[in-house]
Ligand binder design. Sequence first.
Ligand SMILES: Nc1ncnc2c1ncn2[C@@H]1O[C@H](COP(=O)(O)OP(=O)(O)O)[C@@H](O)[C@H]1O
Ligand SMILES: [Mg+2]
Length: 363
Amino acid sequence: MDIIRVEGVAKSYGQHQVHKNLTLAIKKGECFTLLGPSGCGKTVLLRLLAGFESPDAGKIYIDDTLVSDVAHRLEIPPENRGLGIVFQDYAVWPHMTVFENVAYPLKIAKRPKEEMREQVMKMIDIVGMHGLDKRLPSELSGGQQQRVALARALVGNPSLMLLDEPLSNLDANLREEMRFEIKELQRKLDITVLYVTHDQEIGLAISDRVAVMNETGEIQQIGTPWEIFEQPVNPFVFHFMGIANSIEVRRENGAYLVGKGQQPVPWKSPEGDTAHWIAGFRPSDVQIARDGEGLRGIVRRANFLGAMMDYLIEIDGAHLRTSIETHRALSENLMFKAGDICTIRFLNLLWFEADKVKEAAQP
Ligand SMILES: Nc1ncnc2c1ncn2[C@@H]1O[C@H](COP(=O)(O)OP(=O)(O)O)[C@@H](O)[C@H]1O
Ligand SMILES: [Mg+2]
């Protein structure tokens, strides 16, 4: 069953159209990540779902209830949508204790004092803040403040939690720790999580499914983290999911030739008559050697990065980057300098039609 259904939603601010015709369904119980570059409309979408903004067109259902329907001027207010929300800046109120912060939504809802106390203390426990209920935010670490924000979002027993880059203010170690805690909380409380972020690592680590959005707010692919990473449908997704590289390949008389030269790609090639291709690869899928089997290239730039050597290589007008551990380069005679000849082998290539890549780049 779908817990969120977005159907044909559009939203503009003045001339700026953030969402054109957005359709998206999220299943009950899943941890769903919406992944996209900064400014693509993730926060706007969460605000539309929460009811802080109204769409210009389209419908939104939450738990099978129509909460927003432009055609019928229907707009259910945020407090009646049954959501828990942690926004980007997760502001906890500085003048309120942990207890008061977490209790706030229940106080607004005028719940009985006893019930409120019980529920708040339970939530403080669940997020690992036992014994800290009387502290002020200034007496807490960033990670603890983040837990308060989570507890406050969860205290009303929502079946759906919206998280807007909740870890972006934390340092790298804490971020890693907290993302597993969020996943744990989701399991423990058996709720649906919609997590939005520009950080593909978080998306891969915690999600059952991921949707990748491009700069202009269009969903490019929806799938499991594995599908998105291993079978990206286009170069945008491929590049967005990690440091990735590509070279131009053209088809001539049935052969696939790199750049402007005559060297064929001697590995698995795509089917079809398309003339111009982009072959994508990850850094881990390139091997560089002095000679032997492979494409002949010239090292154009060699950078020493401490643990790694980073090479820019030209193959008949096509450029690619690859790196190799410095100690390996030293022991295997792979310390190249600019102007050296090398051979390149790919362990895996992903093929994209060049015309479609151009179309995608020019919305
Ligand atoms: N209230 C607003 N008024 C005008 N423009 C806005 C408003 N809110 C968001 N935008 C614009 O909408 C686009 C998407 O913003 P946002 O959803 O915050 O992006 P992100 O994906 O980084 O969360 C941005 O270009 C932003 O400037
Ligand atoms: Mg945002």
